[in-house]
Design a protein around this ligand. Structure first.
Ligand SMILES: [Zn+2]
Length: 118
């Protein structure tokens, strides 16, 4: 048991170094503010989102990274099997809108979503 102590100490040091490098990268690119998992979950919000978007005050598009008012949306895609309706961005006509349930007012979020999905 006692022998484990010096062996453990080494990887810990390495881990600390790796973490330092990570922080440096984040400061340069802002790439990892949101986790992959969060981005994946957020992506589901751009499908059949009519009700959700109309309930909010603002919606954000992760294709053009612009925010719009739900009242600006004029086009909705009716999904097959009556699943619901999907909002079309009034600025770029992509179906990449998210409701205000997501951090759409954070430019980093929209940019990270854009890079993750396109
Ligand atoms: Zn757009």
């Amino acid at each position: 048991m006692l022998q484990l102590t010096p062996q453990r100490a080494k990887p810990r040091k390495r881990y600390r170094l790796a973490k330092k490098n990570c922080i440096k990268e984040n400061m340069n690119s802002n790439q990892s503010k949101y986790t992959k998992d969060f981005l994946e979950r957020s992506h589901k919000g751009c499908f059949c989102n009519k009700q959700e978007i109309l309930q909010g005050e603002l919606c954000g598009c992760f294709f053009c990274c612009e925010t719009s008012l739900p009242t600006e949306i004029t086009e909705w895609i009716v999904e097959r099997d009556n699943l619901g309706e999907t909002a079309i961005c009034p600025k770029c006509t992509m179906d990449s809108l998210l409701s205000s349930k997501y951090p759409i007012t954070d430019e980093t979020f929209l940019k990270q979503m854009h890079e993750y999905n396109f």
